[in-house]
Design a protein around this ligand. Structure first.
Ligand SMILES: Cc1ncc(C[n+]2csc(CCOP(=O)(O)OP(=O)(O)O)c2C)c(N)n1
Ligand SMILES: [Mg+2]
Length: 277
């Protein structure tokens, strides 16, 4: 449970991250705004209020880990990691530049705090389940959080991993679905209708928990509920809005990956308050 002060603190961080994201992606004229804005509260709540990590010792034994399986959300991940102190905020401006350790998709070998290289969709859940099994063998109590996109879960490898998680009862690998209903060039409904996503995961033997993916309180409670489940692996189905916070981006696949123009930048900043610039 989060108290009201903590909720306000996290909400404030999310607003700051949204502002910084728009500044950053506008400045480099590339990157993925839509899927970064939809996972803002998810990443913020997990990193700042759920995970046992030490940014000064990123490879600490027994640490919790987060895999951003929808790797194109990297800009929001980097903003959060920099705020936590994994690397200097100053370096954020090198995002997507040749030679930078902050590439368009996360790289485990280059970037402190990144636990798995992602970008090709569909791979994070299998890796997360493997990490959870490894930690179990070591007798560690660590949790692995795998953040998935709802277009991403159309990949077959996700469902192979889902079967394995259920068979091996990997309760310490918690899947977190950014359920924004939109993918690269259309809605899930247009590209590949998903039907009842919760029923599908339940049929694969998972404990399904629904929450509002823009409500830090609900996300925190969903994580606590997942940790209480001792038999089945859990998935948090977080209802989100792609492009959340910027009206003309909300729910629009066009803003999956698109450069932000000057007028769009001004409007986005006005809507976000622009106060923290
Ligand atoms: C295997 C694979 N196929 C296709 C792509 C190209 N691609 C990148 S993001 C994306 C859409 C993902 O949609 P979703 O998982 O819903 O992400 P979000 O809405 O959270 O941005 C696609 C098709 C990819 N990165 N990897
Ligand atoms: Mg999506």
């Amino acid at each position: 449970m989060l108290n009201a002060d903590r909720k306000m603190e996290l909400d404030k961080k999310c607003l700051q991250f949204r502002n910084d994201l728009i500044d950053l992606l506008h400045s480099i004229q590339t990157g993925h705004p839509g899927g970064s804005l939809s996972c803002t509260e998810i990443l913020t709540t997990l990193y700042f209020d759920c995970m046992d990590i030490d940014p000064q010792n990123p490879k600490k034994e027994g640490r919790d880990r987060l895999i951003l399986s929808k790797g194109h959300g990297a800009p929001m991940l980097y903003l959060v990691l920099a705020e936590l102190g994994y690397f200097p905020k100053e370096d954020l401006k090198t995002l997507r530049q040749t030679g930078s350790y902050l590439q368009g998709h996360p790289c485990v070998h280059k970037t402190p705090g990144v636990e798995l290289s992602t970008g090709p969709l569909g791979l994070g859940l299998g890796a997360g389940i493997g990490m959870a099994l490894g930690e179990r063998l070591k007798g560690s109590n660590a949790y692995i959080y795998v953040v998935l996109g709802d277009g991403e879960i159309q990949e077959g490898a996700i469902w192979e991993a889902a079967m394995a998680g259920s068979k091996f009862k990997t309760t310490h690998c918690i899947a977190v679905l950014d359920n924004n209903g939109v993918q690269l060039d259309g809605t899930n409904e247009e590209i590949m209708p998903m039907g009842d996503i919760g029923a599908k995961w339940a049929a694969f033997g998972w404990n399904v928990i629904h929450c509002d993916g823009h409500n830090v309180m609900e996300i925190k409670e969903a994580v606590e509920a997942a940790k209480k489940e001792k038999e089945k692996p859990s998935i948090l189905i977080c209802k989100t809005v792609k492009g959340k916070g910027v009206s003309f981006m909300e729910g629009k696949s066009a803003w999956h990956g698109k450069a932000i123009g000057q007028e769009e930048y001004a409007q986005a900043k006005a809507e976000l308050g622009g106060v923290f610039q």
